[in-house]
Design a protein around this ligand. Structure first.
Ligand SMILES: C[S@@+](CC[C@H](N)C(=O)[O-])C[C@H]1O[C@@H](n2cnc3c(N)ncnc32)[C@H](O)[C@@H]1O
Length: 225
């Protein structure tokens, strides 16, 4: 139901009917939300089995991203049928900014690392979390090449996520995750630290730190030389 708030009718009977319709629609949306929540649970279970309750945050994130994409497409379809004034009231996207100290300014910039032109001209540091394995190797290449252009000497390119190391046994969960990524897209998959080091070297970076993190993730800090 579309309500144009600028042209509400004066007739109380019509207004009452509109209110009843709005409440009815509100209840229907609630019911739909409940159904979608159940669907999310079912889809996660379908994709990862009953163990989905024990998925790594990465795996859950991936499953949810697919669902978010589907919901966004749904929403886009819905927006197209809504009046413009309804669209303006759409909630802003949720961003995980909760952990940033309050006094820091927030600048939201969207960067596709594979685009030749990034919407920034320089950076003091670059942080890239959980992306390398969920994008083709060409994205890692672009990231390092652009980081080499944008960062000053001694600045850090910080990477976080699951990686493969030849000298350390890969956790079974990570191997499974790697296989599931490759099944979704053969160009995805956990990156080999030695290969990333090699790429970094070719782009003028040296690995300054490797820190083991919870859930078999690594922090890799590359320093521009
Ligand atoms: C598993 S999510 C990680 C999200 C977030 N960094 C985190 O750790 O919660 C993978 C992210 O990689 C991003 N990504 C994939 N390809 C990309 C590209 N070419 N440029 C920029 N980001 C990309 C996706 O947009 C997605 O947000």
């Amino acid at each position: 139901m579309q309500i144009d708030l600028d042209t509400l009718p004066d007739d109380p009977a019509i207004l009452q009917q509109m209110l009843r319709d709005a409440v009815h629609q509100h209840c229907a949306l609630h019911a739909e939300n409940d159904k979608l929540r159940l669907l999310i649970q079912r889809l996660l279970r379908q994709q990862f089995g009953r163990r989905s309750e024990q998925l790594s945050p990465d795996q859950v994130q991936l499953g949810l991203e697919d669902l978010e994409q589907a919901v966004a497409e749904n929403q886009a379809g819905q927006d197209a049928t809504e009046a413009p004034q309804d669209r303006r009231r759409t909630a802003p996207p949720r961003r995980n900014h909760g952990a940033l100290p309050e006094h820091l300014p927030r600048y939201e910039v969207l960067i596709d690392v594979e685009q030749p032109d990034w919407p920034i001209s320089h950076a003091d540091a670059i942080v890239c979390i959980n992306m390398l394995h969920i994008s083709p190797w060409s994205a890692t290449l672009s990231l390092f090449r652009k980081a080499a252009e944008l960062l000053p000497t001694h600045a850090a390119l910080f990477l976080y996520g699951p990686f493969i190391r030849h000298d350390v046994k890969t956790a079974p969960g990570n191997l499974e995750f790697d296989a599931s990524l490759k099944a979704r897209d053969p160009e995805w998959g956990l990156r080999d630290v030695a290969q990333v080091d090699h790429l970094a070297d070719g782009c003028g970076f040296v690995r300054a730190a490797l820190v083991e993190m919870p859930a078999n993730n690594l922090s890799l800090v590359y320093c521009k030389v």
